[in-house]
Design a protein around this ligand. Structure first.
Ligand SMILES: Nc1ncnc2c1ncn2[C@@H]1O[C@H](COP(=O)(O)OP(=O)(O)OP(=O)(O)O)[C@@H](O)[C@H]1O
Ligand SMILES: [Mg+2]
Length: 145
């Protein structure tokens, strides 16, 4: 394990689900109102990472992929954890019409999956790229910015 959370450009290998969740937990260090972008193919570990983050904020219930709901709001003891999946969104304007900006501002933390079209609007937000490796027991994560 390296130093978590990662600095821009750094990569970590995550061996198994507990490590994936522990990696996610490290991002609870981001200040209130922060955004964390996640990119990575099906099964790369986005939800697992988010589950670990939710646990670190004191939320003990299950976290699921917001693919159909578009947004999940988890009421953690530390404040709201907003979980957005922008995969099915045709135009980012749809998200802003759902009051995304105010929701982010009012949340402890916002995790946004497939949010490439929002990167320019949140230039301070880290982007984590998750990948499968040859072994199914391993994932790799790179902080792209
Ligand atoms: N570092 C890891 N090592 C091994 N297995 C992992 C790791 N991280 C997650 N997994 C496992 O991989 C599977 C997929 O993880 P997860 O649901 O978090 O992916 P996802 O990126 O959210 O997928 P989707 O795009 O379908 O929502 C789960 O069974 C999970 O337990
Ligand atoms: Mg998922």
């Amino acid at each position: 394990m390296g130093a978590w959370p990662l600095a821009p450009g750094e990569t970590s290998t995550l061996r198994g689900l507990p490590e994936q969740q522990a990696f996610g937990a490290a991002w609870a260090a981001l200040p209130p109102g922060s955004v964390l972008f996640l990119e990575g193919e099906l099964g790369a570990g986005k939800t697992s990472l988010t589950q670990g983050l939710a646990q670190a904020l004191g939320f003990t219930e299950p976290v699921t992929s917001p693919t159909y709901a578009l947004m999940n709001l988890y009421p953690t003891p530390a404040g709201t954890l907003l979980h957005v999946d922008a995969y099915r969104v045709r135009d980012p304007a749809e998200l802003y019409e759902m009051d995304l900006e105010a929701l982010i501002e009012g949340s402890r933390l916002s995790v946004i999956e497939w949010g490439e079209r929002l990167y320019a609007d949140y230039p301070e937000a880290p982007v984590l790229h998750l990948e499968h490796m040859k072994s199914p027991e391993i994932r790799q994560v790179t902080r792209r910015r």
